[in-house]
Design a protein around this ligand. Sequence first.
Ligand code: 6PG
Length: 245
Amino acid sequence: MNAKSVSMQNIKVLPDTSTLYRAAAEEFIRCARKSVADHGRFCVALSGGSTPRGVYSLLAERPGDLPWSNIFVFFGDERHVPPDHPDSNYRMAQEALLSKVPISAANVFRIRAELDAKQAAQLYEGQLRSFFGLKPGELPRFDLILLGLGDDGHTASLFPGSAALNETSRLVVANRVEKFQQYRITLTFPVINHAAEIMFLVSGAGKEEILKEVLSKGEKYPAQCVRPENGALLWFVDQDAARLL
Ligand code: 6PG
């Protein structure tokens, strides 16, 4: 690696996908326990995508390892579909993890993506404001936000060229993604960059080019704009995705 915007110690390269799932699950558990010990609760925003699913399945196998009554689950983004739709991030998290562990439904905050996208975004922003007790102008501080990396450099539902990239005041927006001719609902950069910890999960040979690009200096890709102001940024990548680093 030459001049990179991310220092090497924040990039964990794991030999294969199952080792990546295990390492990321361990970090999730460590962060949850530390957050609960420090301030009594763990607020996490989950990601969609195939790599997180593997991590959620591992966490589901170890329900006793997490303090579920003190865990509050949110979503970093959602597809504009009802919660029982195969594309729903909520459905994926529910099937892989939430239905298998002793978490109360009251601790899970899903994006109401069965509604009009703008209304769903406004409602979610309202839920965040009320849960975190925010005054105008304040941002929520998630203990952990999980993110994936799309092969076009998107993260959460912050796609290249989309309007949400420029959002500076809203916490959640409906973001029109032209290539899908659809809205997505997503947390904005101010919220993401205010988190205490961000974990990118990236696996597979299809990600090698974009991972190299995103870890270079610049702001060409949305994922390059993830830079926590006062938090940790960790990358968990498998050897296939890391091949060009
Ligand atoms: C989603 C995501 C999205 C995802 C990336 C990477 O709703 O799909 O939140 O940002 O993380 O597209 O997905 P994979 O891990 O499946 O490659």
